[in-house]
Every structure is written in C-alpha cells, then in structure tokens.
Design a protein around this ligand. Structure first.
Ligand code: ADP
Length: 265
C-alpha cells in the first residue's frame, strides 16, 4: 500500500530569535498542505535566561553542557516559552498545532550521554525510541505536533537533545508508516560553497562531495552535524532530505521549485 506523505520540518534557533523571520517561517509552514510536524531548536534564548539567572554557560563544539540548573532553564525556555509561543502563533494561522516534549505521551525516549573523552555533557540525551503509534494518531486527528528539543529517559529525567537529531530520528522512525520528506529549514538558501555568496547554492550533495567540501573547509560549524543527520536519515529509508531557506517551506510542493540543497545517497 502506498504510504501517505509526511513533511518533517526542523527550524533553527537563529530564525526563531528574530520576530520577523519567525513570523515569515510560520506563515510559510502553515501553508504546507497535508501531514506535517515541526521540530524547533532553541539556543540563544536559553543562554539569555541562564545569564539573567546568574548561571555560567559552558559550550563544547557548539554543544551545551547541561548541568542541574541548565536542564531547568532549557525546559523552561524550549518546552515552555518557545514551544508554546510557536503553538499559539500557528493556531492564529489556522494550523491546529500541539506542543510536545519527548516526555509527553513518551513520544521520544533517550539515553543520557555517558562521559566521552573526559567530557560530561550532563543532562543530554541521544534518542532511543519513538512512539510512532501516538504520532500517527495525532496526525490522523489533523493535529500538527510541534516538538521541543527535549526528551526523557523513562526514569523521571528530562534530557536536552539536539533538534537536528530529533528531526532525523523522527523521520527514520516514521518512515515505517509514511513517505517522509525531511526538511532542515534555516536562514540561508541551503548548503553554499561560500556562505557569503547566496548564489553559490549547491543543488545536490552526496557523501563523497560532502567529504570534499569538509576537507576544503567549505562546510563548517553547525552544518556538519546537520549534514551528518541528513545522510543518516537518507541511508535509513527517509524518502527525501532537503536543506532549505525558512521562507520556502510553502513552495516545496511545486515541481519546478529548485531553490534548496537536495541530499542524495
Ligand atoms: P540552525 O539554524 O539550524 O540552528 P546551525 O547554526 O546549527 O543551524 O547550522 C547552520 C549554520 O551552518 C549556518 O548558519 C552557517 O553559518 C553554517 N554553515 C557552515 N558551512 C555552511 C555552508 N557551506 N553552507 C551553509 N551554511 C553553513
């Protein structure tokens, strides 16, 4: 039987921090027809609240060390403020959004990351299971799940979890039921050969060209884990993975729309 299409959209922190960009993204997302769900990041806003509370922010290679105090901060900011603001905004656009952390309905469980190379990331989790049944039911009720980048360990702890990883994990698990289109939306046009040049968009990237771009120092920072997640998803049965500008979500259905980076095996 042909599987129903499902769009999984991940939106990055930089877009969400800017009210105008956030509104433009949500307008574009609301236009997307059919089954869809949203995964959002957080980032800067958690750091801002932590600093107001007098906490010290510690990051290693862009990843937050989430100690006992910071897990409370990210729960408040990601699971509370950002998630509920997005849900309210989508409701105003006629999209019946439902906000979730991984603990709600146990939609995503994860394993607390063990100390690696002497680095203790604290309350950080790597996803283990996805409640495909429940997410399928929510979609059947025409709800649009909105996932905060938080999961739980089944033993009462919330865990800070990378939003790009949540998106690829959901995409892989839901591919059992749906024809999943995974989309990483962010502020640039896609993967660029020169991030200062918007016209340097790479239309298609595969593992071999990715290795070259990395070696040449053309793909760096947050784009590396994003592409790693993208290739994992495509290798594990996700129908399509794209890296797209945040304003272009609503156009993804048009056949002649080519303004994104397509991930291929
Ligand atoms: P998000 O906005 O999804 O949270 P990240 O900050 O994790 O995204 O990753 C996106 C960032 O990766 C971009 O803002 C850009 O600065 C950086 N980047 C590095 N190399 C590239 C590249 N070749 N093309 C596009 N972006 C790149």
């Amino acid at each position: 039987m042909k599987k129903a299409p499902l769009h999984i959209i991940k939106i990055g922190g930089a877009v969400l921090e800017n009210a105008e960009k956030r509104a433009a993204f949500l307008a574009s997302f609301a236009q997307l027809e059919g089954n869809k769900l949203l995964v959002h990041g957080g980032g800067r806003q958690a750091t801002d609240l932590g600093e107001k509370m007098g906490l010290e922010t510690r990051m290693i290679e862009g990843r937050r060390i989430t100690d006992d105090q910071y897990i409370d901060v990210v729960t408040m900011v990601y699971g509370g403020l950002i998630n509920k603001q997005l849900v309210a905004h989508l409701q105003a656009l006629g999209c019946n959004a439902l906000g979730l952390t991984g603990a709600d309905g146990s939609v995503i469980t994860s394993l607390k990351r063990s100390i690696r190379n002497g680095i203790d990331y604290g309350w950080v989790g790597d996803p283990q299971t996805v409640n495909v049944e429940l997410i399928t039911d929510l979609l059947t009720f025409n709800l649009t799940p909105v996932f905060a980048p938080l999961t739980h360990d089944g033993a009462g702890h919330l865990l800070n979890t990378n939003a790009d990883t949540i998106a690829s994990t959901l995409a892989i698990a839901l591919s059992a039921r749906f024809d999943v289109q995974l989309v990483y939306a962010f502020e640039l046009d896609g993967v660029l050969t020169d991030i200062q040049q918007p016209d340097s968009l790479i239309h298609k990237i595969n593992p071999a060209s990715y290795e070259k771009l990395k070696a040449q120092g053309k793909v760096t920072d947050g784009m590396i884990p994003k592409l790693d997640n993208a290739f994992t998803a495509i290798a594990q049965g996700v129908s399509s993975v794209k890296i797209v500008k945040y304003t272009h979500i609503g156009q993804l259905h048009s056949v002649d729309f080519q303004h994104y980076t397509h991930i291929s095996e």
